[in-house]
Design a protein around this ligand. Structure first.
Ligand SMILES: [Zn+2]
Length: 308
C-alpha cells in the first residue's frame, strides 16, 4: 500500500552535511547545536496518577516482543538455525506465555513486527482473542534511525495497517524495534494519533513526550535495558554476546524493581521476548512477579494521561 508522504517535519533536525557546524568537533559546537540535538525529544509533564485503577497500589505492565524470525531477518541474516530459535518463540514461547497469563487471568501487551504478524496470523488472533493488546513494533524489526524519513513513515503506517488487518483492531501504541528512535519518529507517531510510545527511558513514571519544545499529548510508558530479558539471556554463537546470567539473579533485579514501584505507587514495566523467557527454567519468574495488579500498556498510558 502506498502512502503520500508529507515533507519531513521541520524544526531542529540534526545538522546535515550542509549544516554550517557539520564539520565541527563536538567540543567546538555552538550552544545552539547541542541544545537543539537534546531538544528533539524530551520528557515533559510527569504523568504519575494519584491512584491507580481499582485502588491498586501500583501498575504492573508486562510486555512481550514477538520478534520471532525477524530477529534474524532484520539484519539481512539467512541463518536457518537462528530462524529456528525465532520459531521457538511462536511455536512454544507465546503459547506458554498465554497459558500462564490465562491461568492468572491477567492481560499483557505484545509488540509485534508486521512480518511476524504476517507469518503467524493465528498467533495474533489468539493473543487478541484472549484480551491482550497488540502494539506496533516495526515492519521487519528495522532500525528507525538509519531509514530515510519517507521509508520510516511508510513502514510505520504499513505496520499499523498489517496489524489492524490481522487482529481487527488498530494499534494505539508503538515500541520502536530495538528502542531505536529517529529524529522523525515522534512526528510520525503524532501524525498517526497514537496514544503512547514505549521506547524511551527518561523516567520511571509515565510522562508526556515533548518535541522541539512542544508538548505532543503522547504518553511515554518508559522502558529500561535493566528490565529487558534480552540483556540477560541473549546470545550469539559467532559473536562475543553470551552472558547467560543465572536466572535467580535476573529474578532478583526484576523483583527489586517491582518492590520499588510498589513502595512508590508507580509503574513496574517489564520487556520480555518469547524466545528468551518462555523456557522451563525461566518462565516461573514471570509467574512469581504477577501475583499483583496488572494491566496492558494502553490501559496504563490512558490512566496516566487522565489521572496524572
Ligand atoms: Zn523487538
Amino acid at each position: 500500500m502506498a502512502h503520500m508522504a508529507p515533507p519531513p517535519p521541520s524544526g531542529a533536525s540534526p545538522p546535515t552535511a550542509s549544516h554550517p557546524s557539520a564539520d565541527l568537533q563536538p567540543w567546538q559546537w555552538p550552544e545552539e547545536r547541542w541544545r537543539s540535538l537534546v531538544g528533539q525529544v524530551r520528557a515533559g509533564r510527569r504523568l504519575k496518577p494519584r491512584a491507580w485503577k481499582g485502588g491498586a497500589r501500583c501498575a504492573v505492565a508486562l510486555s512481550f516482543d514477538s520478534d520471532h524470525e525477524t530477529n534474524e531477518l532484520r539484519d539481512g541474516g539467512r541463518s536457518i538455525g537462528r530462524m529456528a530459535w525465532g520459531e521457538y518463540g511462536t511455536r512454544q514461547g507465546v503459547p506458554r506465555i498465554l497459558d500462564l497469563l490465562a491461568k492468572h487471568d491477567i492481560r499483557a501487551t505484545f509488540f509485534v513486527p508486521a512480518v511476524s504478524a504476517l507469518l503467524h496470523p493465528e498467533e495474533q488472533s489468539r493473543v487478541v482473542g484472549e484480551g491482550h493488546e497488540i502494539g506496533i513494533h516495526g515492519w521487519i524489526h528495522e532500525l528507525n534511525s538509519v531509514l530515510p524519513y519517507e521509508a520510516e513513515r511508510d513502514l510505520m503506517l504499513r505496520s499499523a495497517d498489517a496489524l489492524e488487518r490481522t487482529t481487527g483492531t488498530r494499534p494505539v501504541g508503538l515500541r520502536t524495534p530495538s528502542w531505536d528512535f529517529s529524529p522523525q519518529t515522534l512526528s510520525i507517531e503524532r501524525e498517526m494519533g497514537l496514544l503512547y510510545d514505549s521506547s524511551l527511558m527518561a523516567d520511571v513514571d509515565c510522562y508526556e513526550l515533548v518535541e522541539n519544545g512542544e508538548p505532543t499529548g503522547i504518553v511515554e510508558l518508559p522502558v529500561e535495558w535493566m528490565r529487558d530479558d534480552a540483556v540477560y539471556f541473549g546470545m550469539h554463537r559467532f559473536q562475543g554476546l553470551r552472558p547467560q546470567m543465572p536466572v535467580e539473579a535476573v529474578f532478583q533485579i526484576f523483583r527489586r524493581e517491582l518492590e520499588g514501584a510498589w513502595a512508590e505507587g508507580g509503574v513496574f514495566q517489564l520487556t520480555m521476548h518469547p524466545h528468551h523467557i518462555a523456557y522451563r527454567s525461566r518462565l516461573w519468574m514471570v509467574e512469581e512477579l504477577i501475583g499483583l495488579a496488572n494491566a496492558t500498556h494502553a490501559e496504563v498510558a490512558a490512566w496516566a494521561r487522565e489521572n496524572g
